[in-house]
Design a protein around this ligand. Structure first.
Ligand SMILES: O=C(O)C1=C[C@@H](OP(=O)(O)O)[C@@H](O)[C@H](O)C1
Ligand SMILES: C=C(OP(=O)(O)O)C(=O)O
Length: 430
């Protein structure tokens, strides 16, 4: 799978059990939803403490292309909606939230909006959302590819109404239609047909953020979501820390038998990453949530687990890394669809963990991991920030582990390498 880039980062070995407080930047999923909803709202909004990283810069860039005014302030971004306009070009990078969430907005612009992204972005599933946009009255020219690149031929309005979609490849197809749907003439009713929708907490996050802004959403039926037509209220958002990005830091406490505190962990949240509390408890950690944050204390030995990660699949790479260091075997299930993430994560994890001497088998819908003593080596990351996180976790306890392209963490966490060093220096990585 791919050749090794020359840029290698030697993952720091933990000289002792980790003992640190870390502050994790804002959530990618909340920042990009808040930006997009602010661009569609009935007045100016503020997005406070946003994530400033590649995926959110791409979202801001896409919305600016459509005419939205977004100004930087020390607190975050001031967003002023303007009538959506084209023509323009949108770079999606490798951001699922940009390639799926922005086309349903682009239909509301007057003019052609051309979408493209990184080479791997052209391979990520897009067909169901493009078909749904056409069924709702939009015009999309994709040259028959059902994938990037494509052009949305915006007319300034969208009829909307009911639509059937197979969202088994990504929850983002549903979120995308719900986020823009209240601005369609008839709203939108999304009915899922097909295998189970993954990452449901992310759809719940979408619904919660719409309701905060006064949009009426009916999610009473397990497979159907109805968004009524109407305005999206301007709303100032305080972006929570990205709990999925907390995974490698919490894992550092776990695999070194140390203590790590993630400051500002919300007491209640819609974020999928909140599941880390339960997952790492099952793996042997002691976890406590209080008003300061989430404190994890690592065990002497890590317990292997049999877990269905269907709802929280973006946690797979780091959980797999921890599982490779456990005392017993693990099975990670329900995650076939992550073959369509930043890379084919099942193949990538099986390949790279095996290269270090691990015993990892790819199954139809996941991974089987039998712990083996691991050795150092070069760990390929395939342009995937979470593969880099997984490698850093392993490198804490496996000497001489070199990570390809650590800068790929800039997708959602540009300061990752510095935060990692600060954590090991027992400083607050704030
Ligand atoms: O809506 C979102 O913000 C996301 C939804 C999920 O996508 P999938 O449903 O494709 O897994 C998740 O994995 C991704 O990191 C972010
Ligand atoms: C799947 C992920 O990202 P994306 O938003 O690009 O789908 C992820 O961050 O793990």
């Amino acid at each position: 799978m791919g050749s090794l880039a020359s840029d290698l980062w030697t993952a720091p070995l933990a000289a002792a059990a980790v003992d640190a407080d870390v502050r994790i930047p804002g959530s990618k999923s909340i920042t990009n939803r808040a930006l997009l909803l602010a661009a569609l709202a009935d007045g100016p909004s503020v997005v406070r403490h946003p994530l400033r990283a590649r995926d959110t810069a791409l979202m801001a860039g896409a919305l600016r292309t459509l005419g939205t005014r977004i100004e930087e302030t020390p607190q975050g971004w001031n967003v002023t909606p303007e009538p959506m306009r084209g023509p323009g070009r949108v770079d999606c990078g490798l951001a699922g939230t940009v390639m799926r969430f922005v086309p349903p907005v682009a239909v509301l612009a007057c003019g052609d909006i051309a979408f493209d992204g990184d080479p791997r972005a052209r391979e990520r599933p897009m067909g169901p959302i493009l078909s749904a946009l056409r069924a709702l009255g939009g015009a999309v020219d994709d040259g028959g590819r059902n994938a990037l690149p494509f052009t949305v031929r915006g007319t300034g309005a969208m009829p909307g109404g009911p639509v059937e979609i197979d969202a088994s490849a990504s929850s983002q197809f549903v979120s995308a239609l719900l986020l823009a749907g209240s601005r369609y003439d008839a709203g939108v009713t999304v009915h899922h047909v097909g295998k189970a929708v993954p990452s449901l907490p992310h759809i719940d996050l979408t619904v919660a953020m719409l309701r905060e802004r006064g949009v009426a959403v009916d999610d009473g039926d397990a497979h159907t979501w109805r968004v009524e037509p109407g305005p999206i209220r301007a709303y100032d958002t305080d972006v929570e820390p990205d709990l999925s990005n907390a995974a490698p830091f919490l894992a550092a406490g776990l695999v070194t038998g140390g203590r790590i505190r993630v400051l500002g962990w919300p007491e209640t949240t819609e974020q999928a990453g909140d599941a880390l509390r339960d997952i790492f408890t099952l793996m042997g950690a002691h976890v406590r949530l209080d008003s300061e944050g989430l404190t994890l204390r690592g065990p002497d030995t890590i317990t292997g687990v049999d877990l269905d990660l269907h709802d929280v699949s973006e946690l797979t790479p780091v959980v797999a890394a921890v599982a490779a260091l456990a005392t017993g075997p693990s099975r990670l299930r329900g995650i076939a669809h992550i073959r369509g993430h930043e890379t084919d994560r099942l193949a990538a994890l099986a390949t790279e963990l095996s290269r270090l001497g691990g015993d990892v088998r790819e199954t139809e819908d996941g991974l089987e991991i039998s712990p083996r003593p691991l050795r150092g080596g070069d760990f390929r990351t395939y342009h995937d920030h979470r593969m880099a996180h997984a490698a850093a976790v392993l490198g804490l306890v496996v000497p001489d582990l070199r990570v390809e392209d650590i800068a790929t963490t800039g997708k959602t966490l540009p300061d990752f390498a510095a935060m990692w060093s600060a954590m090991l220096g027992r400083e607050a990585a704030a």
